[in-house]
Design a protein around this ligand. Structure first.
Ligand code: FAD
Length: 460
């Protein structure tokens, strides 16, 4: 893009327009996943909704390609397009908590950690994901699940309103009563419908929670996973535990003899009475004696950033996902096989519960089409060394291909990987796809917002 165009854009914006000649260009095109190496023509760092409107108008009227950056955490690096312009919301990190009404309004470029920190000060929280650097934007628009999901639902189940800049530059609030079709689509349909400059969430009383980590040797995966698949869905909604296959990190709280060992495990979050956590989790001895079991009370915002240091920005990531309503014995065998073959110390498989409170929301109430799913699974090859990229991909794709027949057919849209096909988007939305395509036609008929898991506008 010639520099006159960049200059013209800059004159109408308060935030900086970062082009390839700028010393800021390198950091501006960096995303969480270092496997992504895209070169946008410019990154527009928007300071507020007015900047977002200006940027959208400029990009649209000049026939440029548009991408939107929230936290920059999507696996495929959807916030960048080669030769396109990124509307970067990262300067828009702010949170306003209303403790009386138990709501929080959050800037569209905020991270989960911004939200959790601000609400925790009032003993309040809303369900989000488990790594604090993740953007609220992408996570919320895709659905959002985490430690509070069994108790309080998905992130979208707690979304009360969103302020949105539309493709034609207009600015609207979407809620149950204003633009309800748009509000329905935003709750799971991704960034397809506009740029959300602020989200308003319902909050719940959550303060210190009971945290637990239990691990068993990976060769006990059969006993542990068959126990877990039966135990978790019938457990109280105060008990959340995601199953995982991983290698024990070399540090506390794990004893030295376990460092580097491949294990299966469960990370627990207990929102019931703190003095009951240990009792409630006494069952972990049932499948097999754990190699390590730890419980402790922890402030909720500390739990939310517990894994941050383990997986900083800048590593190679290759991931895929699927949704599951059961874990048959044949699937357990596949998990054992790939758990024993984890290709690098940080690679992992997680099964995140999406049942209990998330099942109480009607299937037609939001765009999330899998209210019957019990787990959202992710298979992630992770390593700092770019030389291992091929190995990560191979392990992940092989694992996913063997597991996919045991899945419900679609995935959580935020767990779609680098090179998945459009058919996966349809499988993910099932019969909601056509309704989403109608809403897309209303709000973005020319598909300006297509750097996402794209829903094409329905034909007129
Ligand atoms: P970005 O790459 O900035 O954006 C992703 C997509 O959303 C893009 O299409 C972008 O255009 C769009 N978008 C972002 N913000 C806006 C906005 N304000 N308005 C319009 N469109 C927008 N998910 C969970 O549910 N639970 C988890 O526990 C969880 N853990 C994770 C842990 C890690 C380490 C990582 C890397 C991801 C995790 N995820 C989790 C997945 C996460 O939800 C997705 O990666 C999500 O896309 C991240 O959003 P982002 O805003 O950071 O990403």
């Amino acid at each position: 893009m010639d520099s006159a165009v960049l200059d013209a854009m800059q004159t109408s914006l308060r935030g900086p327009v970062v082009g390839p000649q700028s010393p800021e260009y390198g950091p501006a095109r960096q995303v969480y996943n270092a496997m992504i190496d895209k070169r946008p023509a410019a990154v527009v760092r928007c300071s507020d909704a007015a900047d977002v409107r200006e940027a959208v108008g400029f990009i649209r009227d000049n026939g440029l390609e548009l991408a939107v950056r929230g936290g920059g955490h999507s696996g495929p690096g959807l916030c960048l397009v080669d030769g396109g312009v990124t509307v970067d919301l990262s300067p828009m990190r702010w949170v306003r908590v209303d403790p009386g009404a138990r709501t929080a309004q959050v800037g569209g470029g905020s991270r989960l950690g911004d939200l959790d920190h601000a609400t925790h000060g009032f003993g309040l929280a809303t369900p989000t994901g488990i790594v604090s650097m993740t953007g609220v934007g992408g996570l919320t628009l895709g659905g959002g699940h985490g430690y509070l999901t069994r108790k309080y639902g998905l992130t979208i189940d707690n979304l009360l309103a969103a302020d949105v800049v539309l493709a034609d530059g207009s600015y609207v609030t979407a809620s149950e009563t204003e633009h309800p079709d748009l509000f329905w689509a935003l709750r799971g349909g991704g960034g397809n419908f506009g740029i959300v400059t602020s989200f308003t969430y319902r909050l719940h009383p959550v303060d210190t929670v009971g945290v637990g980590i239990t691990v068993w040797p990976v060769d006990r995966t059969h006993e542990v996973l068959t126990w877990y698949r039966d135990f978790l869905p019938q457990a109280s909604e105060d008990v959340y535990g995601f199953f995982n296959l991983f290698s024990v990190p070399p540090g506390p709280p794990f004893p030295e003899e376990l460092h580097g060992q491949k294990v299966c495990g469960v990370v627990w979050c207990h929102t019931g009475a703190l003095d009951r956590t240990e009792d409630v989790l006494r069952v972990v001895g049932d499948p097999a004696p754990p190699a390590f079991h730890f419980t402790a009370p922890m402030p909720y915002d500390a739990l939310q950033s517990m894994f941050d240091e383990l997986i900083p920005s800048g590593y190679q990531w290759y991931w895929r996902g699927d949704l599951f309503d059961r874990v048959p014995d044949a699937a357990v065998d596949v998990h054992l096989k790939y758990g024993e073959a984890l290709p690098t110390p940080l690679s992992l498989m997680h099964l995140y519960p999406v049942d209990a409170a998330a099942h109480r929301v009607g299937r037609e109430d939001t765009a999330w089409s899998y209210r019957d799913a019990v787990w959202s699974g992710v298979f992630a090859g992770i390593d700092p060394d770019p030389a291992n990229a091929g190995t990560l991909r191979e392990w992940c794709v092989d694992y996913w291909e063997e597991m996919h027949p045991h899945s419900m057919g679609g995935t959580y849209v935020n767990f779609m990987g680098q090179d998945e096909q459009q058919g996966r988007v349809r499988a993910t939305y099932r019969d909601h796809y056509d309704r989403l395509a109608q809403v897309k036609r209303t709000y973005d008929p020319h598909n300006l917002f297509h750097a996402n898991q794209n829903i094409e506008p329905a034909a007129p």
